[in-house]
Design a protein around this ligand. Structure first.
Ligand code: ADP
Ligand code: MG
Length: 254
């Protein structure tokens, strides 16, 4: 089994990460020389316009794609060099994903959607239902456990997706435009849930094109044409002046 350092104070460190797509004769540099460090318990947003490289970056952070160059340390482990089996193990056990389009299985119940995500996480089978129900309670959906997602509102579906993402107790929650399909009131309640998870010690990286969504994070990073830059504190208006939660205050399950 691949060993990550689950106590490491730095959850992820990208150093000179590049990603070039080759389509036909043309090379597209979707990411260039990206440097980014995220500490345990931090909530970081990455904001940029369409086509700026946000999803490319999220896919690399989530070990769904490999960089063309550079180093990626995830909980102290160089993951750029791992084989696919090892990367799948790290992804399944240590990273949770939330996407704009929810990606729930519509013919499975809510609780099954959450338990199925634990197949490759090392959570023992007998614990999965109990864990799923606890995660659903954490997002306020224990009363919907036996529904199918088709009977739920958009906001409720995203709550199920969040329960699914956190149920295996990941080190990192990655979200790609998680409020992109929601009205503003529902968005606000989903963002409130992210705030609560962050307060519980979870490390979050959220990708968005919306500056007001980005401002909910402790720190915001801008991406433009594949190049990353920090957003100044003054610009990060509306952001919370929360203290950084360091290692040791991590409380495990949200
Ligand atoms: P965003 O998520 O910010 O909208 P993306 O990361 O999807 O941006 O895309 C960044 C750039 O990389 C864009 O110019 C896009 O056209 C290009 N790109 C993304 N995926 C591919 C691919 N599979 N092949 C070729 N070019 C791609
Ligand atoms: Mg995108």
């Amino acid at each position: 089994m691949t060993i990550v350092d689950s106590e490491a104070e730095t959850v992820l460190a990208l150093d000179g990460i590049g990603r070039t797509y080759i389509s036909g004769e043309v090379e597209v540099a979707a990411l260039a020389e990206v440097h980014l460090t995220v500490g345990r318990g931090e909530y970081v947003s990455i904001v940029g316009p369409s086509g700026s490289g946000k999803s490319t970056l999220l896919n690399i952070l989530g070990l769904l794609d490999r960089p063309s160059s550079g180093s990626y340390l995830f909980e102290g482990l160089e993951v750029a060099d791992l084989d696919e089996t090892q990367r799948t193990a790290v992804r399944g056990r240590r990273i949770g994903f939330v996407f704009q389009a929810f990606h729930l299985l519509s013919h499975r119940s809510v609780v099954e959607n959450v338990t199925l995500s634990m197949l490759y996480t090392g959570v023992p089978a007998r614990e999965r239902v109990e864990r799923a129900r606890a995660a659903l309670a954490a997002v306020g959906l224990e009363q919907r456990a036996d529904f199918t997602p088709t009977r739920l509102s958009g906001g409720e579906r995203q709550r199920v997706a969040i329960a699914r993402a956190i149920v295996a107790d990941p080190a990192l929650l990655l979200a790609d435009e998680p409020t992109g399909n929601l009205d503003s009131k529902t968005s606000d309640s989903i963002l409130g849930l992210f705030d609560a998870l962050r307060a519980g010690g979870l490390t979050i990286v959220m990708i968005t094109h919306d500056a007001s969504v980005a401002s909910r994070a402790d720190r915001s990073v801008r991406i433009r044409d594949g190049v990353l830059s920090e957003v100044g504190a003054a610009e990060h208006a509306g952001g919370h002046a929360q203290n950084h939660i360091g290692a040791g205050q991590w409380e495990g399950r949200p």
